[in-house]
Design a protein around this ligand. Structure first.
Ligand code: 8YV
Length: 322
């Protein structure tokens, strides 16, 4: 008997095909997340739940005691939407998909930096609206990116890949904050400086790019007080998780021009994006596109397949987080 899986959202066709070959797969074809009640019943009916960032798995949706589900395989590296402790208490394994989305997420962080500093979204809106009145020396002059200082918060795989692009591609100086020491050849080759506290990184940087996990430990790491430490000409880039930033405080800082702008791919309550943010010209807003390339989404799906296959064949699971 093949293990029974529920796939909570549509996945790339190539991945769905392999899943259907190897497993007894039920697809939530509605393309809206399962309700909390449906998620709870999934624990009784399926051996594995294949989740995405848009599924909420707080302790409240877990069954009281061990149910049929033995593994939650997450399609994504970040897993703060899953209560890992609740899974662990019920002997449920949790896996993620690290590595394969590093490049694309770092590419997107750079693209947000360039877009917000060089005002490309604003420029395109103006042109499409037929409001471009012609070239002028001062028209939409933005901020130079090359040679500036990038502050990376969270020097893990994606933070480092972002720093590498910024340093080797744009000649940027790199400073960073990371809870544990980071000292490897690549970081040294970039001349990246680890600062003892986040406040110093915020005060020093022209661009601050967030690459730390979401969830309780980093909730509102960037709050009103820390936003005030940033330079008035600085930009905040977030491709990590919306809850790392106090979104209301950020809106206030942007409205008052206490910082120059923000490039955001993630929000506090996705897919809701506050009207106050949409009204601002000095922000670039994207609908959580960090890993959204055909190649990467297939690679993420294949990682999920690898994790599930290893688990159900009784082999060590490569990307186990709980
Ligand atoms: C995905 C992400 O789009 O990997 C992550 O943590 O945020 C993105 O790459 C998302 O997780 C899909 O579930």
């Amino acid at each position: 008997m093949k293990p029974r899986l529920i796939v909570t959202r549509r996945w790339p066709a190539a991945v769905e095909a392999i899943l259907a070959e190897r497993f007894d797969t039920t697809l939530n074809a509605s393309d809206t997340p399962l309700s909390p009640a449906a998620m709870t019943s999934a624990f009784a009916d399926f051996d594995a739940i294949l989740a995405t960032v848009s599924d909420r798995l707080p302790v409240a949706v877990f069954p009281d005691s061990a149910a049929r589900t033995r593994i939650i395989a997450n399609f994504g590296v970040g897993f703060s939407h899953i209560d890992v402790a609740a899974a662990r208490d019920r002997d449920i394994v949790v896996t993620n998909t690290p590595g394969v989305l590093t490049d694309c997420t770092a590419d997107l962080a750079l693209s947000l930096m360039l877009a917000v500093a060089r005002r490309t979204g604003e420029g395109e809106r103006q042109l499409r609206a037929g409001e471009w009145r012609g070239w002028s020396p001062t028209h939409m002059a933005g901020a130079k990116v090359s040679g500036k200082t990038l502050g990376v918060v969270g020097m893990g795989r994606i933070g480092k890949a972002t720093a590498r692009r910024a340093h080797f591609g744009f000649g940027m100086k790199i400073v960073f904050f990371n809870r544990s020491p980071v000292d490897d050849d690549e970081t040294r080759a970039m001349g990246a400086v680890q600062m003892p506290n986040l406040e110093d990184v915020l005060a020093t940087s022209d661009f601050v790019s967030l690459h730390c996990p979401g969830g309780a430990e980093n909730r509102h790491l960037i709050d009103a007080r820390r936003l005030r430490l940033m330079k008035a000409g600085a930009f905040l880039i977030n491709t990590a998780r919306g809850d790392v930033v106090d979104q209301d405080a950020l809106i206030g800082a942007l409205e008052r021009r206490e910082i120059a702008g923000a490039g955001l791919d993630v929000f506090a309550e996705e897919p809701a994006v506050p009207e106050a943010l949409k009204r601002l010209e000095n922000v670039v807003l994207l609908p959580h596109l960090g890993s959204a390339t055909e190649e990467t989404r297939v690679a993420m799906g294949m990682k999920v397949v690898e994790n599930l296959t290893a688990f159900f064949e009784g082999r060590p699971v490569p990307d186990r987080v709980a």
